[in-house]
Design a protein around this ligand. Structure first.
Ligand code: URA
Length: 263
């Protein structure tokens, strides 16, 4: 019945089915009702998050864990708190000895969306929290614009220590800190990842590319959708990138509302 009914309804909506006036009015009312119901469900989902709890794709945690070298100590950790303690007490590369504070990252351990930036700046180094400077204030506005809050997300960086004078991360620094980020992902098991800026995008996607070609699309990151957008610090420098960044955020919001299936 259901198999035949959907094509029939479609034909009816296209005006290709002849029915009596009464039957036609009845079906018309039913279609209206279904549209109303769909709009209500979307509105609900926008207000409260998805209606159906979404299971993280099977295998994501395992695939990410497989990226961590076998003998690496972070492999054994089973909580974010143990991992944080490891980060705060380990010197993996020289910049770890130069920091005021390690910036482990923060947010919900059950976050469905994980944001990944590049590295802490001066404000983050001072306070030990990610994205708290000028760029962070803009990031807060970007998050609020898609009806989310920091507390619902997990915000991390590729590097957990500030590079001196905010220079670009060195490849060996990225290699040393990346297992920590992988472990964060394996523990949190987000449904989506949003990379803020070229360094985060290139590092996770293991590619060399322009930000323009990385953004605006959904990448498959070990089975979950990953988006790349402009770093908020870049948006502070160049107003022209605000529109494409907004489009990226809207794409993320749409995916978040409709579910994590790769588009
Ligand atoms: N820029 C980043 O990439 N991360 C921060 O935490 C702050 C600024």
């Amino acid at each position: 019945m259901a198999d035949n009914f959907a094509p029939f309804l479609r034909e009816f909506c296209l005006g290709r089915v002849k029915l009596s006036r009464v039957a036609s009015q009845f079906l018309h009312n039913m279609v209206e009702l279904l549209h109303g119901l769909r709009d209500c469900l979307y509105a609900e989902a926008e207000m409260h998050g998805p209606l159906v709890p979404i299971e993280p794709p099977r295998g994501f945690a395992q695939k990410i864990t497989n990226l961590i070298p076998t003998e690496h100590p972070v492999r054994a950790f089973s909580s974010l708190e143990d991992l944080r303690h490891y980060v705060e007490t380990s010197i993996l590369v020289p910049i770890d000895a130069m920091r005021t504070s390690a910036v482990f990252g923060e947010g919900s351990a059950q976050a469905r969306i994980m944001l990944v930036g590049e590295a802490p700046g001066a404000d983050e180094d001072r306070l030990g929290r990610p994205f708290v400077g000028r760029a962070g204030k803009l990031l807060d506005k970007m998050i609020a614009a898609i009806q989310l809050s920091r507390e619902e997300l997990f915000i991390a960086n590729i590097l957990k220590s500030r590079p001196p004078s905010n220079r670009n991360p060195e490849p060996q620094e990225i290699a040393a800190h990346l297992p920590v980020l992988y472990k964060q992902m394996a523990l949190i098991q987000p449904d989506f990842i949003l990379c803020l800026g070229k360094v985060a995008g290139e590092t996770l996607l293991n590619t060399k590319s322009t930000l323009g070609s990385l953004r605006g699309k959904v990448h498959d990151y070990h089975g979950i959708p990953l988006l790349v957008t402009y770093h908020p610090a870049a948006l502070l420098r160049n107003q022209r990138w605000k529109r494409p960044a907004w489009e990226d955020l809207q794409l993320l919001q749409k995916l978040y509302i409709t579910g994590p299936a790769l588009q």
